[in-house]
Design a protein around this ligand. Structure first.
Ligand code: SF4
Ligand code: SF4
Length: 439
């Protein structure tokens, strides 16, 4: 069994709530809010104005710059506002608001490409760019950029990430179980674009149905399905590379430095949908879970659907929500409004009831070393926490704080309940400020 180098953690995963529930649709919303920034990189420029009628799949925001990705309308209807609206990141973001006409009229001339494995890789990359595809595991890095490494970086391996190690989340599990062909064909397209022959799909061993489905779909190809030991954060990019290939991405480096490109399984399915069917990224699978919501499941949700609509489709909140998180409990982001939209990177909506939210003051570090032992990158989280507390964030650079992937293992194990990840984020923000970048 392949596994990560550091100790990691084994939190109660609670995946059983939704892991056997098939993907289903929810009623489309009356309006969608499409943020012009749903990816790492420059926000899009709007292509529409208030009062315009748009069709489903129509591009409503154009990528601005190389590291960017366009956005499309997920409904047909009328543009009723363009401006700053609540964004799941915690800020407000420029967004296009579209009132649905309920007709679901799509743009004309949707053309897929059936002979994709004989197509020019450059053309395929262009299709992926124009479909607005980004990393759907949550990182939201534009996919066409990852597929365009500098010439001197020779890529020989593509890895698909199907680990889904975050507790509670099962969207990728169900996707692999029910859409294995799309995932594997998407992988073939990615390998063709990169001109590589070696492909691996890594899946944690708690997903036997998905693993079997992907194995079947990949049989007879040169794609290897790798069972990974269930452990958090098995699905972190650098950990996944080490587990599967034994290669270590250098400090401050990227997977391409060791000849590898990693994509999420949802991204691969979106690539297939864009290339084979000619459809841009306007919907995704979202796990809705936690004791604080009445109905759980893995739902196909249109991008731009507001959180309040998803929750109402799931029977509403179950007796007072204490916290609503986009993503999982380890790396997700707590939400402050029910009016934030589902984005391309929203893998889950976790609702924790009031009684389960632990509010406790943190205490002094007792130097027990548990955080050091748990850290998958083999860093010194206790040191960062203390340096942040005493107001010496710059000192942390010496101890490779920038290699921290903010997985939360250190915070999870700390008996003094120290907010170590918050401390690390504070340090990184201070370092960005010191280098003249916006914090
Ligand atoms: S959050 Fe950073 S320091 Fe803490 S365990 Fe994860 S990688 Fe290590
Ligand atoms: S786990 Fe907490 S108390 Fe123990 S060394 Fe790390 S920061 Fe200190």
């Amino acid at each position: 069994m392949w596994t990560i180098a550091g100790e990691g953690i084994h939190p109660s995963d609670e995946k059983g709530i939704t892991s056997s529930l098939p993907i289903e649709g929810i009623r489309p919303p009356g309006k969608v809010v499409i943020p012009l920034s749903q990816h790492i990189g420059a926000p899009c420029e709007p292509l529409v104005k208030i009062g315009d009628m748009v069709k489903k799949y129509q591009k409503v925001g154009e990528a601005k710059g190389f590291v960017s990705a366009p956005v499309h309308s997920s409904v047909s209807g009328k543009v009723i506002a363009i401006g700053r609206f609540p964004h799941p990141s915690g800020n407000q973001s420029n967004s296009v608001v579209i009132e649905s006409d309920g007709k679901d009229e799509t743009i004309d001339n949707i053309k897929g490409r059936r002979d994709y494995l004989n197509s020019d890789p450059k053309e395929l990359k262009n299709i992926i760019l124009n479909a607005g595809i980004v990393g759907m595991g949550g990182a939201t890095f534009p996919t066409h950029v990852k597929l365009s490494p500098p010439k001197e970086k020779k890529i020989d391996t593509v890895i698909l990430n199907g680990a889904e190690c975050e507790p509670y989340l099962t969207a990728d599990d169900r996707l692999m179980a029910e859409m294995s062909r799309e995932v594997v064909e998407g992988m073939k397209i990615l390998m063709h674009v990169m001109g590589v022959r070696e492909g691996h799909i890594g899946i944690e061993d708690d997903k036997p149905v998905a693993t079997e489905a992907i194995r079947k779909a990949a049989s007879g190809t040169n794609i290897r399905v790798v069972a990974l030991q269930k452990k958090y954060p098995q699905g972190a990019e650098k950990q996944l590379i080490k587990s599967i290939t034994g290669k270590e991405v250098p400090s401050g480096g990227l997977p391409m430095d060791v000849g590898i490109i990693v994509q999420n399984v949802g991204t691969a399915a979106a690539v297939y949908n864009a290339v084979h069917n000619g459809i841009p990224l306007v919907e995704r699978i979202v796990t809705v879970t936690g004791k604080g919501v009445n109905r759980h499941g893995n739902f196909r949700v249109l991008i731009g659907t507001l959180l309040e609509h998803v929750l109402s489709e799931c029977g509403g909140l179950a007796g007072g929500a204490g916290k609503i998180i986009f993503g999982g409990p380890m790396m997700g982001i707590a939400q402050y409004s029910l009016h934030v939209p589902v984005l391309k990177g929203t893998s889950g909506i976790l609702v924790i009831p009031k009684g389960d939210v632990l509010l406790e003051d943190f205490r002094a570090c007792i130097r027990c070393g548990r955080c050091v032992q748990a850290c998958p990158i083999r860093l010194l989280p206790n040191m960062y926490s203390i340096l942040a507390e005493v107001g010496q964030p710059k000192e942390a650079e010496k101890y490779y704080v920038l290699d921290c992937i903010e997985c939360g293992c250190c915070t999870y194990v700390c008996p003094s309940r120290r907010p170590i990840v918050h401390h690390i984020r504070y340090i990184k923000a201070e370092m960005r400020k010191a280098k003249g970048k916006v914090a």
